[in-house]
Ligand binder design. Structure first.
Ligand code: XIL
Length: 414
């Protein structure tokens, strides 16, 4: 090869390298200008007893990436939530669940929606007893991304505004899921490359919008069937199983601080589904995919909840991978129970107590979220078509035995 040819080749290589480099940098750096200080610092419980994540043993796959879509900036003035004075936190000299949790750097939360927050009693109870809120529906695809080029963050922004005003952390839910998707998505006809771009842009836009304000994101929700096979979701059909790893990769690019969680139901104990979840996250860690933990939803019944031993064993094996575990959506259905209401509530309290104490004792669990504040606002009656009392507070907002069980556990010395 002549010197002339070599020089030419070098120039071509260099130019190619530079533009590839720029393409890469563009994909990773496009973030909204708004980068406020996070509400709550990310705390990992007991770092000494909590091993580092294993180093990747397989090469990290190179996934396509994207730029976020143009979308409204974070608007914390959508609802002007003033801090709620936690009036009931020291009612009768008693200390609140929140105060006790904070002494242990622990998060106790419930899922909620912005329209409840205008009710002062509701909002007062929420801010007094909890230091975390989860977006029950406000950040789901059908709400935030109703049309291909339109995003609506008003509900999610209202939750973030309330949380900031009251010093609470926010749990983001959920980015890649098969339910509550808008019609343009479920009826859409696109090529695989286009589906990849659609999911990528959604994740980059939504996660980027809330960057710095979300403690943890449910990046992928309910990807497995109970037998451990992958659920036949839109994303599996259109992209293939790698949509899961891709979603985590894009979420990390959009917010390096938020914990990235795989969230699942009926995978709390030891069964085919929790085994599939374990293998998934283990495989992702080996490939260097940025997964931080597993969310155990904990939608359970009075009979047959996972045993304490199973729950602890499952939490432990995930800790051994260097992952956190969160209880993300707990409720305990009482419908069809045959005992007296008082007995039912006592059994329910014991189920909550066991789950909470398993989390408190696990070095890698520092988040416990119930799916709703009071029985009046639970999703269960509508979902099952039966009346139910699955939550920590009754329909009038009075604490139930289940709430007192959590308070009792936190009142004991750690
Ligand atoms: C539920 C909400 O609570 C309801 O308001 C909505 O109508 C349907 O979805 N697992 C999940 C949650 O991950 O998003 C679901 O939330 C409950 C089951």
């Amino acid at each position: 090869m002549t010197a002339m040819r070599r020089a030419l080749l070098l120039v071509v290589l260099c130019l190619w390298g530079l533009s590839a480099c720029r393409r890469e940098a563009g994909g990773f750096s496009a973030q909204p200008a708004d980068r406020l200080t996070p509400v709550a610092r990310r705390e990992t419980p007991s770092p000494e007893t909590f091993p580092a994540k294993p180093t990747p043993v397989y090469p990290t796959p190179k996934f396509p990436t994207c730029q976020p879509d143009p979308a409204p900036a974070l608007d914390l003035s959508v609802y002007s939530y003033r801090p709620i004075r936690p009036i009931s936190s020291r009612e009768g000299g008693a200390t609140s669940l929140r105060q006790l949790a904070e002494l242990r750097r622990f998060y106790v939360g419930v899922s909620t929606a912005p329209h409840f927050l205008d009710n002062r009693e509701y909002a007062g109870l929420l801010a007094a007893q909890f230091n975390m809120l989860a977006a029950e529906n406000a950040m789901k695809w059908e709400v935030v991304h109703p049309e291909p080029v339109r995003y609506d963050f008003s509900q999610g922004d209202a939750l973030v505004a309330f949380a900031r005003a009251n010093g609470m952390a926010v749990y983001g839910h959920a980015l890649a899921w098969d339910l509550q998707q808008p019609g343009w998505l479920t009826g859409g006809e696109y090529s695989r490359e286009e589906w990849i771009q659609i999911l990528c842009r959604h994740i980059k836009t939504v996660v980027g919008h809330y960057r710095g304000h979300i403690y943890a994101w449910d990046v992928v929700n309910e990807a497995f069937q109970n037998n451990g096979a992958l659920r036949n979701t839109l994303w599996l059909r259109k992209i293939g199983p790698e949509y899961i790893a891709m979603a985590f990769q894009w979420a990390r690019e959009a917010d390096p601080q938020a914990l990235l969680i795989y969230n699942e139901f009926f995978a709390e104990g030891l069964n085919q589904k929790s085994q599939a979840v374990y293998s998934l996250v283990q495989g992702m860690l080996r490939q260097g995919i940025p997964v931080d933990g597993v969310g155990l939803q904990m939608h359970v019944w009075l009979w047959g909840p996972p045993t304490r031993q199973e729950l602890t064993a499952n939490m432990r094996r995930l800790a051994e991978l260097g992952l956190v575990v969160h209880i993300t959506e707990m409720d305990v259905r009482t419908q069809y129970a045959k005992d007296s209401p008082a007995e039912e509530l006592a059994v329910q309290a014991e189920i909550y107590r066991q789950a909470f104490s398993a989390c408190l004792e696990a070095p890698n669990c520092n988040v416990f979220v119930a799916w709703g504040l009071t029985d009046r606002y639970s999703w269960i009656p509508e979902y099952t078509g039966q009346p139910d009392t699955p939550l920590l507070f009754d329909r009038q907002g009075k604490p139930k035995p289940a709430f007192n069980a959590l308070l009792d556990l936190l009142s004991r010395s750690p």
